[in-house]
Design a protein around this ligand. Structure first.
Ligand code: NAD
Ligand code: ZN
Length: 359
């Protein structure tokens, strides 16, 4: 079976395209209880962008601090319950922020129309009804959350996305001006998420001409941003990284991610290490799986004076490592992509634990 994937309905790309937000949502304002919910990264509170959010008096503007933890099912359920109780169903949701806010906006949109806790819907195609209109404005480039079919949530049981066609944004506004203030390390780690998406997407059984074309173009852009002469954080590269993020996300949607993401998910679930940083911690140790990618990754680390800790696993208990391996083992589609259908003959809990012990 070939994947039949859902793309974003509409995309606008370009400097200052954020100014088009007001007119884009104008025609959607008549739906349901005729107001919009804006979910904005707390970083922008008090900044110039706050004044540019085109909120009307009836709208809700909610600032969320994403630093303490990655989006949780509890957070989504609470937002949904409080808003339905106070103002009823909004006409639409706008998320303005990095991958965390993208996922919160996507998940809230779905949970407005699907009863019960979001924990019930963590997995593939478990959502019963389409959500409400949702629009994403990414302000950090790299995760591909702006185009992916999943909204990753950490629940009491698992870290897993609400994954279905309805998760995908109806509209995305890609304004590279908004990413200019991202701190350097964040810029690097989140940008590397795209790089790793492409390397993993290309290497495995789900790779095909379509996913490969997206990955190659995204890798070319990543190299301009992080590797070639002229690399670094600047306006031209902000544009390139924003497009790379989108194309990397599309590549993995058509294909799949691989071993780095499987291990990274285990780390994030048990030790709450953040996704993009976690990927970097893992990827540096996977030269035997992705030789060229890891070599180039290390050169990019050096070029930007980013150092990553090693020997982390020395501080972990055997139980923690076993738990992480359990989480990683369950990501069957990632192992299947790297090793093929007979992956269970090649991957065991012990071999996964050994990968964690490399860290
Ligand atoms: P983030 O959204 O977690 O934000 C990281 C930091 O950057 C925060 O401190 C935030 O306040 C700050 N920030 C955001 N925009 C800024 C700006 N313009 N200027 C200055 N600071 C800014 O970062 P991220 O790395 O983009 O996202 C990580 C999240 O994305 C994780 O929760 C991960 O699970 C999720 N993710 C989702 C998918 C998907 O397909 N849905 C894929 C990969 C990762
Ligand atoms: Zn990723």
């Amino acid at each position: 079976m070939h994947k039949n994937f859902k793309n974003i309905d509409k995309v606008v790309f370009g400097r200052s395209s954020f100014n088009q937000l007001d007119s884009i949502i104008a025609e959607k304002r008549h739906d349901h209880n005729k107001y919009f919910l804006f979910i904005v990264d707390n970083y922008f509170k008090g900044k110039e962008l706050e004044k540019r959010v085109p909120a009307k008096p009836e709208d809700i503007v909610m600032f969320i601090n994403v630093d303490a933890e990655e989006p949780t099912t509890k957070l989504i359920d609470t937002i949904r319950d409080n808003i339905l109780k106070s103002k009823g169903l909004p006409a639409g949701v706008v998320g303005i922020g990095g991958g965390s806010i993208m996922d919160i906006a996507k998940a809230v949109s779905l949970m407005f129309t699907n009863e019960g806790s979001s924990t019930l819907y963590q997995g593939l195609n478990l959502i019963k009804k389409p959500g409400i209109y949702h629009l994403g404005v990414p302000t950090v480039s790299g995760t591909g959350a702006e185009c992916s079919m999943t909204a990753v949530l950490t629940g009491s049981e698992k870290k897993l996305g609400l994954k279905c066609e309805w998760t995908v944004f109806n509209q995305v506004i890609l304004d590279p001006d908004l990413t200019g203030t991202v701190p350097k390390e964040q810029w690097f780690f989140t940008g590397m998420d795209t790089y790793i998406h492409c390397i993993e997407s290309e290497k495995g059984s789900c790779n095909n001409t379509y996913s490969y074309a997206y990955a190659e173009e995204a890798l070319k852009l990543c190299r301009d941003v992080f590797y070639n002469d002229g690399a670094g954080q600047n306006a031209v590269n902000d544009e390139k990284l924003m497009v790379a993020s989108l194309m990397g996300g599309l590549s993995l949607t058509v294909s799949e991610v691989g071993i780095c993401h499987a291990i990274s998910y285990g780390l994030s679930k048990i030790l709450h290490t953040r996704h993009c940083y976690s990927n970097c911690l893992v990827f540096q140790h996977l030269a035997d799986f992705y030789p060229q990618g890891v070599k180039e990754f290390k050169e990019m680390l050096a070029k930007h004076n980013i150092s990553l800790p090693e020997n982390l696993s020395k501080g972990w208990t055997n139980e923690q490592i076993a738990e992480m391996a359990q989480v990683a083992y369950k990501l069957t589609h990632m192992w299947n992509h790297y090793y093929g259908a007979d992956w269970r003959n090649k991957v065991t809990l012990d071999s996964i634990e050994a990968l964690f012990r490399r860290l």
